[in-house]
Design a protein around this ligand. Sequence first.
Ligand SMILES: [Zn+2]
Length: 106
Amino acid sequence: MKERTTSISSFNKVLALVALVATVFMVLFSTFMLSEHAAHHCNHADSCPICTLIVQCQQNIKTIGSGLIVATALFVLAYVIVKAEDSFEYQSVQTTLVSQKIRLDN
Ligand SMILES: [Zn+2]
């Protein structure tokens, strides 16, 4: 059972790595294509393949960008919660003479 869990975990790591590499490649490719055709002056009104490519690249970057913002916000929130929980130390708000170790027989 443990071997199966380990193989699933390593499969998930490989899958996450492939997704990460594909995402980075898509962002880099889209950015490269946008910068390559930044000075494009369109002569065709409807069926320009370069304009279609530019629109698709803009959509790719917009989609990835908005997803990354949400993922980053969730990661930061989870990180802050975990760190706050780790650094939290329980301290009683009720202080008594006994809890302060004050002798009462003086
Ligand atoms: Zn065009």
